[in-house]
Design a protein around this ligand. Structure first.
Ligand code: PGA
Length: 257
């Protein structure tokens, strides 16, 4: 991690936890990460249905964690059955929204173009996108991870201002590492993170590249987290499975200090 960028640990709960279960998890996490506030930014991204209860907890109890959603639609409102607009996330003080997770690309037809529409829509509402990218096993085995990820990032973050680009969070998540227990060696993950940062720099200039945060995601656990956080271009983690267990998530937060 580089000194000027505050580490970010984001929990992606995926399709786990009801609203009630989520409130319990948040209060356990908050207890376990007490004292880390100044050093690490912590965000939880529950399902839409738990946003209200958790945002109320954050507000009433003055909790130091941030809230994020897992997806959004790009229109302001309209006849889009099942979709959620940025304004609806704003109502619950969501600071972040995951966009383009590989599971959304695989099961819900997300493309770099739809990712980009969502990223732009979020910026219109001052919600910071956590833009996900990452290669499949076959692309990885062919040695093409870096160029594949660069293309994904170029498409996903097009059309921003340099000021917006400077606030971006980009999560590098090799698909073959998600939920599998397999991870790249930290140096290899850092190579891709550096390529992502270089892409931001080529599009929006060096200050944006220096300020944007790049996370690693894919089987991050308390046992391996600090290895990734030791890399200069990795500014934190997007955590799936381990974010559902308060003690594991908290251990990852402590490792980021
Ligand atoms: P995992 O998921 O930590 O369970 O591998 C990460 C993610 O999909 O964001």
């Amino acid at each position: 991690m580089a000194g000027s960028r505050k580490p970010l640990i984001a929990g992606n709960w995926k399709m786990y936890k009801t609203s009630g279960e989520g409130s319990v998890l948040v209060s356990d996490v908050v207890d376990a990460i007490r004292g880390t506030e100044d050093d690490v930014e912590v965000v939880v991204c529950p399902p839409f249905t738990a946003l209200r209860s958790i945002s109320t907890m954050i507000e009433l109890d003055g909790l130091s964690i941030g809230l994020g959603a897992q997806d959004v639609f790009w229109e302001e409102e309209g006849a889009f059955t099942g979709a959620i607009a940025p304004r609806m996330l704003e109502e619950f003080s969501c600071r972040y929204c995951i966009v383009g997770h590989s599971e959304r690309r695989e099961f819900f037809g997300e493309t770099d173009e739809t990712v980009n529409r969502k990223v732009q829509a979020l910026f219109r509402h001052d919600i910071t996108p956590i833009v996900c990218c990452g290669e499949s096993l076959s692309v990885h085995d062919a040695g093409n991870a870096e160029s594949f990820v660069r293309d994904q990032v170029r498409g996903g973050i097009a059309g921003l201002t340099p000021e917006q680009a400077a606030t971006l969070v980009i999560a590098y998540e090799p698909i073959w590492a998600i939920g599998t227990g397999r991870t790249p060696v930290p140096e290899a993950a850092n190579d891709v993170a550096r390529a992502i940062r270089a892409t931001v720099g080529a599009m929006y200039g060096p200050p944006a590249a220096t300020a944007a945060r790049v996370l690693y995601g894919g089987s991050v656990k308390p046992e391996n987290a600090s290895m990734f956080f030791g890399e200069p271009d990795i500014d934190g983690a997007l955590v799936g499975g381990a974010a559902l267990v308060a003690s594991s998530f908290a251990d990852i937060v402590h490792a980021a200090r």
